[in-house]
Design a protein around this ligand. Structure first.
Ligand SMILES: [Zn+2]
Length: 328
């Protein structure tokens, strides 16, 4: 078993990455009424507490027909026969990020980078971090150690060549580093990765390790240390509830997500939020015959993602994972 060392780095980030809140300025400029001032200060302090901590924004760059929920129905050998929408949807996300001056980490599928070789250079050119999502979206627990090594090596080399960046981050397809595949961290270290964001500390039918730490922590393997940035969960009634993005962002009303994410920050933990390009595309072709649960998870509230994202960017501060982990 790897030794887990927990780091309380959240408050250090608060000191090093002060966020200038526009509402602070408004108090200084409008102080002619004492009651108003007091209300404004209270409001400012509440907003400031939320926005002061730098969180990570991340995108898993894959197309709607490549997701784990449809993997039993659509083989990677058939991916070329589907209408691709990933480039347009990723550009739409890039435009949204530009409009709010946010940079993020893009975990790109190697297959996408190979088919659309202009995409990774564009994401990198627009100021974002490139990281690896594996090559063909194979689940880690369905690969041998040798297959996993080949997959992450091939993807990293391709992404580095296309982006000109040193690629040091990995996110497993469908968060598939689970208790029985903890060997993956050692192989990631051996292949040049310095952080991972794949171990979801929840109970789930397809992934997760509910016993894993909630906060950023270092994992010592036989080959060296790798830093783990787990997707966000909030503790409620003795349970870890996922609140880090994706289907959970579409399922829960925005005010619930915002409240839970604020409580993550209030406990001293930055969070990593994740989204997929297809989640801002309500018009995507429907995949018939998928199980009801898969369809529910994939298609629920797609039209709500974009407006909710804009609220999220207003309410929280974001940067790349490397910014938050201080690994540059
Ligand atoms: Zn994925």
């Amino acid at each position: 078993m790897p030794e887990v060392r927990r780091l309380a780095i959240g408050f250090a980030i608060v000191k090093q990455q002060p966020h200038i809140d526009e509402s602070v300025k408004s108090v200084d400029n409008n102080n002619n009424n004492e009651t108003n001032l007091s209300l404004k200060i209270t409001k400012t302090l509440n907003t400031k507490r939320t926005k002061i901590m730098l969180n990570a924004f991340s995108v898993d760059v894959e197309d709607y027909y490549q997701v784990g929920a449809f993997a039993r129905m659509i083989s990677p050998d058939d991916w070329d026969s589907w209408e691709s929408r990933v480039v347009a949807n990723t550009r739409k996300l890039l435009d949204i990020l530009d409009s709010v001056s946010v940079t993020g980490t893009f975990f790109v599928l190697g297959w996408i980078a190979e088919r659309f070789p202009a995409l990774v250079p564009e994401i990198a050119e627009r100021g974002h971090e490139i990281a690896s999502h594996g090559f063909r979206h194979q689940l880690v627990y369905e690969m041998t150690e040798t297959e996993f090594r080949d997959d992450i090596r091939r993807t990293r080399l391709l992404l580095q060549e296309q982006s000109g960046q040193s690629v040091i981050g990995y996110r497993a397809p469908s968060f598939s580093i689970v208790k029985r595949t903890l060997w993956a961290h050692r192989i990631l270290v051996e292949e040049g990765y310095r952080y991972d964001s794949s171990v979801f500390p929840i109970h789930h039918d397809l992934h997760g390790n509910a016993d894993a730490p909630l906060e950023i922590h270092d994992i010592a393997t036989e080959s060296g240390i790798i830093r783990e940035f787990p997707p966000a969960v909030v503790r409620r009634l003795g349970q870890n509830l996922p609140t880090g993005g994706g289907g959970y962002f579409r399922f829960f009303p925005y005010f619930v997500t915002a409240r839970w994410l604020r409580s993550v920050n209030a406990s001293g933990r930055p969070f990593v939020f994740y989204i997929h390009p297809w989640e801002i595309d309500p018009e995507q072709p429907r995949i018939n015959g998928a199980p009801l649960k898969s369809r529910f998870r994939h298609y629920l509230n797609l039209h709500r993602t974009e407006p909710r994202l804009k609220r999220l960017f207003h309410d929280f501060s974001f940067g790349t994972i490397q910014n938050v982990l201080k690994l540059e």
